[in-house]
Write a new protein. Structure first.
Length: 478
């Protein structure tokens, strides 16, 4: 646990450090190009850990709290130069507030744009270094009486489009489904049924789909199983119900309450639906007492062990009561075990990687903006707002999975930061851009009293969002 905590903290510092530095450097670089004197370039908040003055006269600061930063420019706090300025006459050509409107607009917009540019560069790097790699969206199983089952989808069907948008791999299917969060109506799956040459449309009906959920599993909620991961136990949590029942790492779940268990997802669903209910479980154990028995389906009868497990009741942030036993699945190289026809790979060179990187950045930006809109109008739960604790956990997890996964997370977080900063909320870059847009229309700066009122409102909104994010983080931990 200590090792995981240290990894999460380091991953958070590195991740936010990169994002904040790129964001603030965007402001800094454009300000310098526009001839504005930069007084201070700060990464992080709190008492400075390291300070130095560059040859350009700018004070560079590194502070310990990596939750933000700022670029302080000459004349930035003076507001309307017509109302008086503390900037000396001979330095006003270098003052931010004396610059033309289009230059001030460009300087403020440069921060979020730098985050989008970072995402493009990261996606481009992933495309060149790793290419597009995924699993063909062939359905492994469909839960009976689920929305997907009622629509006619069956195991073996290959999903080739969602709502008319082509899907070559499972990741694309998931992203297209996430676009419909909180909505009601029909999600149209276009699929080629197993053993048939033609594709058909399968409308899956949803109602306020996952609007109150904070644990997003779009495919699972429709009853679709992507992969049949073997139900083999790896980690056993000390003091958990699995340990108390005598379950060991390496045990393969054979059946539960007389029902054969064929996949990890099936096993998880059975446990979740049985809080505080005894489950008679049969596991296949590699070592054990040798007894006479028959070999059936590749399993040695004498190695089977019967256990009684009572899943511990837990409550999700949505108020749902579920069962937990304190056990994790064994690491499984799914992609490497698939036949070649199930693997989808596309290689890119430095030129062909540009367009898909830009497209992915655009698609993710639209998705983040659409999700914010749905939260505001109540279509999806605000429980999906994450704070620094969740970001640290995800950063640590993705870093442990490898560079490719971590870079993908970094790009998505950079896009989120860029979109959020462009929202028309005073205090954020988008609020300043809103004022400059109004100034361009009315041909004079927004009165300072209105700007001050907007600043107070913006601080209230941002403060409320931060409190909600931290509350959600703590709720997930508890």
């Amino acid at each position: 646990m200590l090792q995981t905590l240290v990894l999460n903290i380091l991953a958070l510092i590195v991740t936010l450090g990169i994002l904040v530095t790129i964001h603030e450097f965007g402001h800094f670089w454009v300000a310098r190009r526009c001839g504005v004197k930069v007084l201070r370039f700060s990464i992080g908040f709190g008492k400075a850990v390291k300070t130095w003055v560059g040859k350009d006269g700018t004070e560079y600061v590194i502070a310990p709290i990596p939750l933000g930063g700022y670029v302080k420019m000459l004349g930035q706090e003076d507001g309307n130069p017509d109302a008086g300025s503390s900037v000396p006459e001979d330095q006003r050509h270098m003052a931010f507030n004396f610059k033309p409107l289009w230059q001030r607009f460009a300087i403020v917009a440069a921060g979020p744009l730098a985050n989008f540019l970072l995402a493009i560069v990261v996606f481009w790097t992933i495309n060149v270094a790793y290419g597009l790699k995924g699993v063909a969206p062939v359905i492994a199983n469909v839960a009976e009486d689920s929305p997907a089952w009622q629509a006619g989808l069956r195991p073996g069907d290959e999903v080739i489009a969602i709502d008319g948008a082509a899907t070559d791999i499972w990741q694309q299917v998931t992203m297209k489904l996430l676009d419909r969060l909180g909505e009601s109506g029909e999600i149209v799956f276009t699929a080629i049924p197993a053993g048939q040459p033609e594709a058909y449309d399968f409308p899956v009906r949803v109602q306020s789909w996952l609007s109150a959920s904070s644990e997003l599993d779009p495919l699972g909620s429709l009853g679709i199983v992507q992969f049949e991961i073997p139900p083999v136990i790896d980690t056993i949590v000390a003091g958990g119900r699995a340990e108390a029942a005598g379950m060991l790492s390496g045990d393969r779940i054979v059946e539960a309450d007389g029902v054969p268990v064929r996949s990890w997802s099936q096993w998880v669903q059975m446990v979740r639906s049985s809080p505080e209910l005894p489950m008679n479980v049969v596991v296949q154990r590699e070592s054990g007492p040798v007894e006479s028995g028959s070999v059936e389906s590749g399993l040695v009868e004498s190695a089977r062990v019967e256990l009684t497990i009572v899943p511990q009741q837990s409550e999700t942030p949505d108020g749902m009561r579920i069962g937990l036993i304190g056990a994790g699945v064994q690491t499984y190289d799914l992609y490497g075990s698939l036949p070649p026809e199930m693997r989808r790979e596309v290689a890119y060179n430095p030129l062909t990687a540009i367009v898909p990187a830009m497209q992915e950045t655009w698609d993710k930006s639209v998705f983040v903006l659409d999700s914010i809109k749905k939260m505001v109008i109540g279509l999806i739960s605000v429980k999906n707002i994450n704070g620094p604790i969740t970001i640290a956990q995800v950063a640590g997890e993705t870093a442990s999975y490898g560079l490719e996964v971590y870079l993908g997370f970094l790009a998505i977080l950079s896009i989120s930061l860029g979109v959020l900063n462009l929202l028309p909320i005073p205090v954020l870059d988008g609020g300043h851009l809103l004022y400059y847009t109004i100034e361009a229309i009315i041909r004079r700066p927004v009165p300072e009293r209105f700007q001050a009122m907007g600043m107070q409102l913006g601080l209230l909104v941002i403060g409320g969002i931060m409190i909600l994010a931290v509350y959600n983080d703590v709720s997930r931990l508890l």
